[in-house]
Design a protein around this ligand. Sequence first.
Ligand SMILES: Cc1ncc(COP(=O)(O)O)c(C=O)c1O
Length: 346
Amino acid sequence: MITPVHIDLYSDTHTKPSAAMRDAMASARVGDEQQNADPTTNKLQEMVAEILGKERALFLPSGTMCNAIAVRAWCEPGDEVICDVTAHIINSETGGPAALSGVMLRPVHGNKGIFTGHNVRAALRPVKRNSPISKLVSLENTCNFGGGTIWPVNSVADVSAAALDAGLKRHLDGARLLNATAESGIKPSLYGEYFDSLWIDLSKGLGCPIGGVLAGNTDFIERALRFKHQFGGAMRQSGIIAAAGIYAIENNIGRLKEDHKNARRLARHLTHIPGIVLDANTVQTNIVFFNVQNTGHTANQIRDNLIKRGVHIGAMGEYTMRAVTHLDITERMVDEAADHLATILS
Ligand SMILES: Cc1ncc(COP(=O)(O)O)c(C=O)c1O
């Protein structure tokens, strides 16, 4: 008999809305979002604009759409976006920038997703009749496939200065920005100062079922609104889901550090399991990548064996696995997951 998954470390996207969040959703005041008449959506947008230090914000169905709309709003077909080779927009958004905006992505090779102003300058296209036009630089904080790494503010400032020198716009994929700021104690609005557009996801560590919120100045948001409609992201009584976002901002940001503590705890356990290779000191937030090559098993084999025991850890490559902690994961679950892994590999 297969045990249902009860320790789900696959991703913080697997969080489930709590009973209190569902209550907030059920009692939300609603109206027509497309006419700016949904009071709960308007409130969420104002809250996020303030958190990120921007004039306005836009509630969207997903983080992927936040990136897609920002790329479309800042670029024209044939333009180029500079981003890290690990970036989610390169690897996990179905080639959206190419498909939806006719835009090319120019990868730079940073360190765990963190790159420099020098990398930006080296990637700039010469201004020539036959070159693509470098238009936008996009950062990811925390960097998911970099291992949940936090962009230090001075690195952001360095990249931002290089972008401004070259006349590029600056975009931040902040799917997990609040993890970065919860851990570092830096205000999200401080990061906001270095970007022309940035967003946070509601459906990851904050535990909402859906949604991302994209922020910028009024001109940007007005332009983004057109693409929101064009890409099918305009909604109606969206207050039902925006209410989850408001609940999460009021209740779930303060606890994100617990997830980071659990991730470090898991990383420490893993370092004691023979064959597993990781550097526990590199775990900064809620993401733990580790290598299983020396165990004699592939990541898929280990994942499948864990699932039979009710534990889900992602296989991200032949020998690479990723565990992500979140608000549905307790310290005990972390211990139990590590025990199962040790048993499978013993
Ligand atoms: C760094 C990053 N950006 C963007 C996204 C896309 O967000 P969504 O799943 O809300 O579309 C994800 C999702 O995992 C992500 O990790």
